[in-house]
Design a protein around this ligand. Structure first.
Ligand code: PLP
Length: 394
């Protein structure tokens, strides 16, 4: 099925990228694990680095291409490259776009690898200039622009403080100054937020999280205009080699079918739990963009079309070890990194995080990042309640 933009989101989540298999008549496309594809009669004038057609799986495999069709459609972009992980997508985008002497502005709250890549690796190895900015503040974004600013990279909601940046306004600032805007859309997923429709040039996404949604495959995607995606495909995929395995592409394709259903449940559960947590006397703060008390609420309300996602952060009025004991007392919610899985996951981010100085003050004593799953909200609330009780907080 081609792009089919006239069809609604859930219909496209089910159908785009899937076709009847020509050989068997199966109504689901098979997993093609082959590394290599048959060559034409005379292969000698072929470009071995081409990502067009089927040649060698590092240059692009069948299952990867089906998934790319689906994700381009869901994000409303022209083209998509799917890679081995979200970080492969981030590093592939930066590597393909940036040259020595370019300047990049990026959100002070981002996935840790963005901070490492831009602030440490690209800066030290390639002399790419970087400025870390609180991109929830538009004046700060404007003030950070330099003549050589090539890229603004934002994450909204940002991991792990859930801070909200205004995509439409930052896209304008970028374009007025000859720069490009990339948005990490992992926390929202295209069900809740479509940055390209708001003017962003690129969406970057960890497919490991909501798009796959079942905690059993890693992947990443970059979505945007074909003119850039061709370059990214050649550099990040064929030459850096961050190709996704066909099996993972197939699993993620299968997971993506239920994205709208799962996101509805994540949105509902997280909002209910955020409201419940906010009322508990032992809780020091709750950060969730769907709470009216949240600093980013008004902008989130406008740019997050179906809900605020499944991740929230909160703190306890307690010392370090009490936070660990609280997690120990949870029975349903699992202590593990990652997010966007069907099951609820929680991680205690202690007070020694090197980026704490970039976060609002309430985060400085350590806090939990809680990825609310699609279990029954009542069971999750009961799990939190009894853990507060047995930890001696209630
Ligand atoms: C997890 C995550 C990534 C990295 O994705 P991987 O698939 O783990 O490489 C990037 N951005 C955000 C916001 C994430 O949460």
């Amino acid at each position: 099925m081609a792009q089919q933009h006239h069809l609604d989101f859930s219909t496209r989540a089910v159908h785009v990228g899937n076709e009847v298999d020509k050989e068997t008549g199966a109504i689901r496309r098979p997993i093609t694990m082959a590394n290599s594809y048959a060559l034409p009669y005379d292969p000698t004038d072929m470009n071995w680095s081409s990502a067009d057609g089927n040649l060698y799986t590092r240059n692009g495999g069948a299952n990867q291409k089906y998934l790319q069709e689906k994700l381009s459609s869901l994000e409303g972009g022209e083209d998509c490259v799917v890679l081995a992980s979200g970080v492969a997508a981030l590093s592939g985008l930066f590597f393909s776009l940036l040259q020595t002497g370019d300047h990049v502005i990026f959100s002070s709250v981002t996935y840790i690898a963005v901070y490492r890549l831009l602030n440490e690796l690209f800066n030290n190895k390639f002399n790419v200039e970087t400025t870390i900015v609180d991109t929830s503040d538009l004046e700060a974004v404007k003030a950070a622009i330099r003549p050589n600013t090539k890229l603004i990279h934002i994450e909204t909601p940002g991991n792990p403080t859930l801070s909200i940046s205004n995509i439409e306004e930052i896209a304008k600032i970028a374009h007025q100054n000859g720069a490009l805007l990339s948005v990490d859309n992992t926390f929202a997923s295209p069900y809740n937020q479509r940055p390209i429709e708001l003017g962003a040039d690129f969406v970057v996404e960890s497919l490991t999280k909501y798009i796959n949604g079942h905690g059993d495959a890693m992947g990443g995607a970059i979505i945007g205009k074909k003119e850039y995606l061709d370059i990214i495909r050649a550099q990040a995929q064929v030459n850096l080699g961050g190709t996704i395995s066909p099996f993972n592409a197939w699993l993620i394709m299968r997971g993506a079918v239920t994205l709208p259903l799962r996101m509805q449940r994540h949105n509902d559960n997280a909002l209910r739990i955020a409201r419940w947590l906010e009322k508990q006397p032992e809780i020091s703060f709750v950060a969730y963009p769907g709470l009216e008390s949240n600093k980013g609420y008004e902008i989130a309300e406008k740019q997050m079309i179906n809900g605020f996602g499944g991740v929230l952060s909160f703190g306890l009025k307690a010392d370090h070890d009490t936070h660990n004991r609280f997690v120990q007392n949870l029975n349903i919610i699992t202590s593990a990194v990652s997010l966007g899985h069907d099951e609820s996951l929680i991680v205690f981010l202690g007070e020694n995080d090197e980026r704490q100085y970039l976060y609002p003050e309430e985060f400085h004593n350590g806090f939990f990042r809680f990825s609310v799953g699609i279990e029954d909200a009542d069971d999750l609330i009961e799990d939190l309640r009894q853990a507060l009780q047995y930890t001696g907080l209630q």
